[in-house]
Design a protein around this ligand. Structure first.
Ligand SMILES: *Cc1c(COP(=O)(O)O)cnc(C)c1O
Length: 380
């Protein structure tokens, strides 16, 4: 069956629940046994809960894997996937991964004897050179945050597999509606469901999906051993969000395209970053591996940090805030918000200019979003 049908029907059978069209929220930490060890599939809710099982079923289906796993946050999923490794193992990581991912690897997992090399994985040769005899995992994120760089999933998987390493792809920015890394050769897909999968900015959750039964067994063990599992209500909310992923992404992409056209024509905008644009360095790869180009946009004004602050402040439709992927449009100014802790010279070196503004385009009226942005651009 096609994606939109699976997003609504996979993972759950109403027949088993009095015909209820939605999965019941099982608020139960334990399950009665008829004799010691004799139960109906569930014993204790860290190990499994029927509401979570329904979500995990639909996650596996939309990403095209054999098994899905839900977590209490995206970083909970990342933490759990790293436990596939052993002290002494080496990991090649994209140098512009999510800040929290970098922090977890650099500050926590280095202390446990894992070694990391951070490279620009948009240049396949760079990634190739970074592998050592000890490399067991390649960890990438595409499109990346906030510069929307695109890594070639197929080419990177070929290299990693030749070297005996598994590939984990953080697919948060694209969502499985636009990009399915497992079909391109990746071994594990990771999500912050807090973003597009949940889609309504009302829940923090994470996910892993794999296409290999042996990895599924290990992840299942680690999920239960570490216990970063979501509660049943959170599972329900993410599951409900996934049902409308297709229509939300289509509308958000439509809006994003209109906003990109507006920005390109605006004389106070110096640069627009969007993978659909031919001048985007990775445009050909984006075209090949994504269904559409997403709803994240970056643009630069020729101005100072203070000017950037003026453009994003006091907006009427856009919400000033971190995060992304909800029905409501968000904007943020990396130099004064998400990336403020990076020293100014380093920021410039990695392409994060003082006037860079990041948009997470939602599903409001594009006309209202454009009018509000136009006001912001007149304010500096
Ligand atoms: C938000 C985010 C994460 C972390 O997810 P949480 O749900 O906040 O723990 C990981 N990767 C990307 C790309 C993200 O945007």
């Amino acid at each position: 069956m096609n994606f939109d049908t699976r997003a609504i029907h996979a993972g759950y059978d109403p027949e088993k629940h009095f015909g209820a069209v939605n999965p019941p929220v099982f608020m139960s930490s334990t399950f009665a046994q008829s004799a010691p060890g004799k139960h109906q599939g569930y014993e204790y809710a860290r190990s499994g809960n029927p509401t979570r099982a329904a979500l995990e079923g639909v996650l596996a289906s939309v990403e095209g894997g054999v098994k899905g796993f839900a977590f209490s946050s995206g970083l909970g999923a990342t933490d759990t996937v790293m436990k596939l490794l052993n002290a002494g193992d080496h990991v090649v990581v994209a140098d512009d991964v999510y800040g929290g991912t970098f922090r977890l690897f650099d500050k926590t997992y280095r202390r446990f004897g894992l070694d990391f090399t951070f490279v620009d994985t948009t240049v396949v040769a760079n990634a190739d050179k970074a592998f050592t005899a000890k490399t067991k995992m390649l960890f990438i994120e595409t499109p990346s945050n906030p510069l929307l760089k695109i890594a070639d999933i197929t080419a990177l998987c070929e290299i990693a597999h030749k070297k005996g390493a598994i590939v984990v792809v953080d697919n948060t920015f694209a969502s499985p509606y636009l990009q399915r890394p497992l079909e391109l050769g990746a071994d594990i897909v990771l999500h912050s469901c807090t973003k597009y999968l949940g889609g309504h900015s009302d829940v923090v959750a994470g996910a892993l999906v794999t296409r290999h039964n042996n990895l599924a067994e290990k992840i299942s063990f680690n999920q239960n051993a570490s216990g970063a599992v979501p509660g049943p209500m959170d599972c329900y909310l993410v599951h409900r969000g996934i049902k409308t992923l297709g229509v939300r992404m289509e509308r958000a992409c439509d809006n994003a395209e209109k906003i990109v056209t507006f920005l390109l024509e605006h004389k106070r905008v110096a640069k627009v970053i969007y993978p659909a644009l031919h001048e985007h360095v990775n445009h050909p790869i984006a075209r090949r591996q994504m269904k559409r180009f997403g709803a994240m946009i970056g643009f630069e004004i020729k101005g100072s940090v203070a000017d950037g602050v003026k453009v994003v402040s006091g907006r009427k439709v856009w919400t000033l805030g971190e995060s992304l992927g909800g029905v409501e449009s968000l904007l943020e100014h990396p130099a004064s918000m998400t990336h403020a802790s990076i020293p100014a010279d380093v920021r410039r070196k990695i392409g994060l200019t003082d006037g860079l503004i990041r948009l997470s385009v939602g599903i409001e009226s594009a006309d209202d979003l454009i009018a509000d942005l136009n006001e912001g651009l007149a304010a500096y």
